[in-house]
Design a protein around this ligand. Structure first.
Ligand code: GLN
Length: 527
């Protein structure tokens, strides 16, 4: 088993996750088995308690782990399903060490960063690799070299290299100053020095830059950073993140790494990927869809939805533009629904929490339902569709969710005692099965009657109202196998009106788009 450790220098947001995912893809395309791991230095045990405005989307895995959105990239690029061990955090590591200490498992010695914490980390990454039977374990170290949060992790990786085959890849920035028009190497030199101070000599340096790396700059970096010239890699900007494997392939990075490891180069098969990427970059059609949300300030909060639309669009040769709809503006009368949805072919109401903007979301659902405009409701958007339908078609004008209005006379969405989560308690998290009604639109889209999707919510459709809601045209076309939870809804006569209590956006990949997104984009694209 070989290990690749990806560190970041100079600043965050250089796309270490995309580099790690792309390399994983390139090794897989050569027939190797890979296991990606993301280390996050924060002391949270998981990302569940983090505010998406600050941290970006909370990604959910099949096993219910709430984690960093980089794990989403790993899955979207490789199709390998991640689980809790793929995302060690500072919190998880210390929890492990402290629990062992309390049980007396350290045999009375004083518990230290070295060797105890670093020892647990080495064991952790090795276990993940062994369990996946991986040829190559790719370990992305969150944060930037020089941060106190990841120092002990990098130290663990330094130690790992003493006994295992480990290569260090350092991703840094090579900025170009507009006035001088020259690519500058100093930030990279300094961040490499920072790594060297920790006892780590990078084997490869990946330079993020606007334009391909200048040959003089390569020479200089090789000399100053003590790296062979052909190990300085240009990781220049491209139109789509899905082109990054080709950028790295253009630099022969995967083959150079395999050579260092003494592994055979294998035969690269990326044809389907290449076709999909070419339809991302050169679409035949362009459409705009609306997304409502209160986290519109940070598009990272909806990254999986944006990627799912891109995946579906790639298969339909359609580029999907987004129009962000701030529903508090609708709710507070600053803009009409018609104006807010002008120019959009369809609308998505995504997941959310709390009452802010919900009346505006409900107004959008009503508009879509009444105007035969494609509608896709995800989690909260599913709940909004039930509320809207109950209010306007079932004679329950005060229908609401108890999350929004605890004393509503018609709690069509509520907590099912003993079944869903409790406030302050756990949410329904991770993969759950649903049985789809045979012949329904959702069953046709999935091509199966039994499907599994990921969940992250507390509230559910209240069973007391199912019959009344279904008296009209809206049908719950997917339910949990025991029949307790409503999982999918649709209005069969509508152009496309579908909602799901789940988050299908967490399982979409470029090569395997989520069926509901495919159906939605297809409906939006046909005139
Ligand atoms: N707030 C809703 C609930 O807890 C929906 C959650 C979500 O959209 N992820 O049930």
């Amino acid at each position: 088993m070989k290990f690749i450790v990806v560190t970041g220098g100079v600043l965050s947001g250089l796309g270490k996750g995309v580099v790690t995912s792309s390399l994983a893809k390139l090794f897989m395309a050569r027939g190797y088995r890979v296991a990606p791991i993301k280390f996050d230095g924060y002391l949270n045990v998981d990302a569940g308690t983090m505010n998406p405005i600050r941290h970006g989307e909370v990604f959910v895995l099949d096993d219910g782990t709430e984690c960093d959105m980089d794990l989403g990239n790993y899955e979207r690029f490789t199709g390998i399903k991640m689980s809790r061990p793929n995302n060690p955090t500072g919190g998880k590591i210390f929890e492990l060490v402290l629990n062992k200490e309390r049980k007396g498992e350290y045999l009375g010695v004083d518990v230290q960063f070295i060797p105890h914490v670093t020892g647990e980390i080495k064991e952790w990454v090795t276990n993940v690799g062994n369990k996946a039977n991986a040829d190559i374990v790719l370990i992305e170290v969150g944060g930037t070299v020089g941060d106190i949060e990841n120092a002990y992790f990098i130290e663990a990786m330094r130690q790992l290299k003493r006994s295992e085959d480990v290569l260090f890849l350092h991703v840094t920035l090579v900025p170009k100053l507009a006035v001088v028009g020259e690519q500058k190497t100093k930030p990279t030199q300094q961040s490499v020095k920072e790594l060297q101070r920790m006892g780590v000599q990078p084997d490869f340096i990946l330079c993020r830059c606007d334009d391909p790396l200048d040959s003089k700059v390569r020479d200089k970096l090789a000399l100053f950073c003590n790296v062979p010239l052909d190990h300085i890699i240009s990781d220049h900007d491209c139109e789509s993140i899905y082109q990054v494997p080709f950028v790295l392939e253009g630099e022969n990075l995967a083959d150079k790494i395999l050579e260092e490891f003494g592994l055979g180069k294998g035969h690269l098969t990326l044809l389907e990927w290449e076709n999909l990427v070419s339809s991302v970059v050169n679409p035949e059609k362009e459409i705009t869809v609306g997304i409502t949300g209160k986290y519109t300030a940070l598009k990272d909060s909806y990254v999986s939805i944006m990627e799912s639309l891109l995946h579906a669009g790639a298969h339909l040769k359609t580029k999907v533009h987004l129009k962000w709809v701030e529903t508090t503006d609708i709710e507070e009368g600053r803009v009409s629904v018609e104006d807010a949805l002008k120019g959009v072919k369809g609308i998505i109401v995504p997941g959310g929490f709390g009452s802010r903007g919900t009346e505006g979301k409900i107004a959008c659902v009503k508009y879509a339902r009444e105007n035969n405009m494609p509608y896709l409701g995800l989690c909260y958007g599913f709940q909004m569709a039930v509320i809207e339908y109950a209010r306007n078609k079932c004679g329950l004008p005060e229908a609401n969710s108890t999350e929004i209005s605890p004393n509503t006379p018609h709690p069509v969405i509520s907590i099912i005692p003993g079944k869903g989560g409790d406030l302050g308690g756990t949410m329904r998290l991770g993969a759950y099965d649903a049985k789809l009604s045979p012949g329904s639109r959702v069953a046709k889209l999935y091509g199966h009657d039994l499907v599994s999707e990921r969940h992250r919510h507390r509230y559910e459709v209240n069973p007391d109202y199912i019959e009344r809601v279904e008296a009209g045209e809206l049908k719950f076309s997917g339910r949990s196998p025991d029949g307790v939870f409503m999982e999918f809804l649709e209005i069969p006569s509508h152009k496309f009106f579908i909602g799901t209590q789940a988050h299908p956006e967490f399982k979409s990949a470029l090569e395997k788009p989520a069926p509901l997104f495919y159906g939605f984009v297809e409906a939006c694209a046909c005139d």
